[in-house]
Design a protein around this ligand. Structure first.
Ligand code: C2E
Ligand code: MG
Ligand code: MG
Length: 688
């Protein structure tokens, strides 16, 4: 799991605007997705909730203070009309008081708002306005001559009480104090009013009832407001959580569960963004593919858990590196990663690719069972970058990076290759070849030539090797060194390989022209399920027995020993087919292959014979011959070109030889008369 710990999905976090979940902590994300919604009452203490409520209520009160007071003042001033009608003798005084109190209250409130005074002070101003408004009206009114009218008019005092409790949304304490003051003033005035006892009792009771009911309703309202606040808070939290869960699910669908990096789907979308920026704004970018070398071997050797750990370590190290380049990294599948980074110059891309390669190397994760002398985990890196070209396509840059990666692997791994459009191996030419290979069999562009293999002791051609030839539509020949790798990469080798075996059987073996034909078989074919069965079918169809065929296997690029390959080889042996090891000594795997597979014949690569000119080279060839002989395999030396080399082979007691001295590859027709082959001098074949 990633180095950073994942954050909890708590309510408090969910309430914070910048709430983020660690990208890599996908399991935590999954937990959060499964978790129950939260109740704020369980999550926060009562005191904290009250504080939250007060903060929220304060904002509301603040907003309502200005319109509340303005409305109250306007109504209060409008009551001047009833003053004029009911108490005309003191109306001038009451009206003056109304205006004075009203205007003063408004001025004070506006000044407070402008200065950003605390909400509690706004409440005090409004409460004072109520009290002074009440006194400002009642006091001059009570000085009037018509006491009876004043006694009726006083009933409006309850309105002041109501506005303290119900009209304004003061804090409960402020409401109660204000309405109590009003109640007291009412009582005082009621006491001194020259009215009957019955009147005073009725009014006194009415004031108290009014005070009690409005205070009670105010208290209930406050309670209700708090509940509404709690419900709203709960709804908000649930909404936040639902949104977070949605985001987490989305993140999960875009995250690689093992490494926490973006998965292929997510990185493909990013790639589209990078591409669009390149197309619209001209921001160039690099696409870099990284493949952990011999990872299958690592898994086989250390187990899958350790393999997972290795991938996580590589992912973390690379994502730390990529941060410095402001790029994106994702897991492209298996042991393959992809990096996208905005850059336009080739040297920048090369630097980044090199840094990636070195970063993996510097992790120094032990990988003892590699066969190439390196004992740590390394990566092969293939990079491509945007360049101006016609008919540019998004997929192309990945394809180019893939080509470069292929070349990095071919170049011995633990290295970097940049896509080079001028390199025929990686250019459009290989695209053309891939297309050509698809139609090769149908269009008769592919054929076989056969090179004789001579038994040294008898001097007879005991077998021939089938070699594939491909011509382009205009008849130009394409060398196998070019088209075989493309066929292997694209999978075309599967069909071509079957075709070759069928053709060999039909052209030479069915009519008994040659005793044994060796056919080159790619490890890709051996790895493919059903290959041995398809060979058995061909043998059945052509009526050829398996012992007339030999399959030559070369250590290729993807030559990690696969259990499927071993199984396939033993199936082929059951069919009677002999297995030869081709080009021995040129790859890494030769020796371990010798240990694992009982080869009938080992073909020693021609380079060893050609190096024989020096004592060192000669000693090397002798050592290799001794090694192979001691393992009990028959020995075939390739590349015999001269009589001297031939003599040497006899001297060394080699079993079979092949090379231009024996005969060059020639079409089937040259071998189709059995006797002709055996009697024909080799010189004739040489010129074929
Ligand atoms: P290979 O199997 O080692 O084939 C021998 C190659 O050495 C042939 O090259 C042959 O022409 C060349 N050769 C033979 N004698 C001499 C000699 O005396 N001197 C020199 N300098 N070269 C000699 P070719 O035909 O170009 O084939 C190259 C490679 O392509 C083959 O190497 C084999 O690995 C691959 N290949 C050819 N046909 C097939 C096929 O049908 N299937 C697969 N999978 N690979 C094939
Ligand atoms: Mg061969
Ligand atoms: Mg060979």
């Amino acid at each position: 799991m990633g180095a950073e710990a994942a954050k909890e999905f708590g309510t408090r976090d969910a309430l914070q605007p910048g709430f983020v979940v660690n990208e890599r902590a996908s399991s935590r994300v999954a937990d959060a997705v499964d978790s129950e919604p939260h109740d704020p009452r369980q999550e926060l203490g009562a005191a904290e909730l009250r504080i939250l409520y007060r903060t929220e209520a304060q904002a509301k009160r603040r907003k309502e203070a200005r319109p509340g007071l303005w409305i109250a003042v306007v109504i209060y001033v409008l009551f001047s009309v009833s003053d004029l009608l009911l108490i005309p003798d003191v109306a001038a005084l009451t009206i003056t008081a109304r205006f004075a109190v009203g205007l003063t209250a408004l001025l004070v409130l506006e000044a407070q708002l402008r200065r950003g005074a605390a909400t509690d002070w706004l409440d005090v101003t409004c409460a004072a306005a109520i009290i002074f408004g009440y006194i400002g009206w009642l006091y001059p009114a009570s000085m009037g001559a018509n006491k009876e009218t004043v006694a009726y008019y006083m009933v409006f005092g309850t309105i002041f009480m109501m506005s303290a409790n119900l009209f304004f949304t003061f804090r409960f304490k402020v409401s109660i104090i204000t309405s109590t003051i009003i109640l007291c003033i009412l009582y005082v005035v009621n006491y001194f009013l020259p009215a009957s006892l019955a009147y005073k009792m009725v009014f006194g009771t009415f004031y108290v009832s009014c005070f009690t009911f409005t205070s009670y309703v105010n208290w209930k309202l406050n309670e209700e407001r708090y509940n509404v606040f709690l419900n709203a808070l709960e709804a908000k939290i649930q909404h936040n959580e639902a949104t977070e869960r949605g985001k987490a699910l989305l993140r999960l669908s875009r995250t690689d569960p093992l490494t926490g990096l973006e998965n292929r789907r997510a990185i493909d979308e990013k790639l589209r963004d990078y591409w669009n920026d390149w197309q619209k704004l001209g921001h160039g970018f690099a696409a870099i593919l990284i493949d952990v070398d011999f990872f299958k071997k690592f898994n086989d050797c250390y187990g899958h858990q350790e393999g997972d750990r290795c991938l996580i370590q590589v992912a973390e190290a690379l994502s730390d590196l990529i941060k410095q380049y402001d790029g994106s990294i994702g897991r492209y599948g298996g042991e393959e990663f992809i990096v996208l980074a905005r850059m336009g110059r080739k040297d920048q891309v090369a630097d980044l690719a090199e840094a990636i390669c070195r970063t993996v190397e510097n992790l120094a994760i032990a990988h003892e069972l590699r066969r190439d002398g390196i004992a740590i985990v390394t990566a092969s890196v293939g990079a491509a970058f945007t360049r101006k070209q016609t008919a540019a396509k998004l997929e192309k840059i990945i394809h180019e990076a893939d080509r470069a990666l292929y070349l990095a692997k071919a170049g011995g791994r633990n290295c970097v290759r940049l896509f080079d459009p001028t390199d025929p191996q990686s250019s459009d030419e290989s695209e053309n070849l891939a297309a050509l290979l698809k139609i090769a069999i149908g269009q008769d562009l592919v054929s076989l030539v056969y090179q004789p293999i001579q038994d040294v002791a008898s001097g007879r051609v005991e077998a021939v090797e089938a070699l594939m030839r491909l011509k382009m539509l205009d008849g130009t020949l394409v060398p196998p060194s070019l088209f075989i790798p493309v066929a292997e990469r694209t999978g075309a080798i599967l069909e071509l390989g079957r075709w070759a075996i069928r053709t060999v059987c039909a052209e030479l073996l069915a009519q008994d022209h040659v005793r044994v034909v060796s056919v080159n078989v790619s490890p890709i074919q051996l790895k493919t399920p059903g290959f041995a069965t398809s060979v058995a079918t061909i043998l059945g169809e052509t009526g050829v027995t398996g012992n007339r065929l030999a399959f030559e296997i070369t250590e290729g690029l993807e030559m990690e020993m696969h259990s499927d390959i071993l199984r396939c080889i033993s199936d082929l042996k059951l069919l009677g087919i002999r297995i030869w090891l081709d080009d021995f000594g040129t790859g890494f795997a030769g020796l371990s292959w010798l240990r694992l597979i009982d080869f009938d014949t080992v073909k020693i690569d021609r380079s060893f014979l050609h190096d024989c000119g020096t004592p060192k080279g000669m000693a090397m060839l002798q050592d290799i011959i001794a090694l192979v002989r001691n393992r009990g395999h028959k020995i075939l030396v390739e590349g015999v070109e001269t009589e001297e080399q031939m003599l040497l082979m006899r001297q060394f007691g080699i079993d079979k030889v092949q090379g231009f001295h024996v005969g060059r590859p020639a079409p089937a027709a040259n071998f189709q008369t059995k006797r002709a082959i055996q009697k024909r001098p080799f010189t004739v074949l040489k010129s074929a």
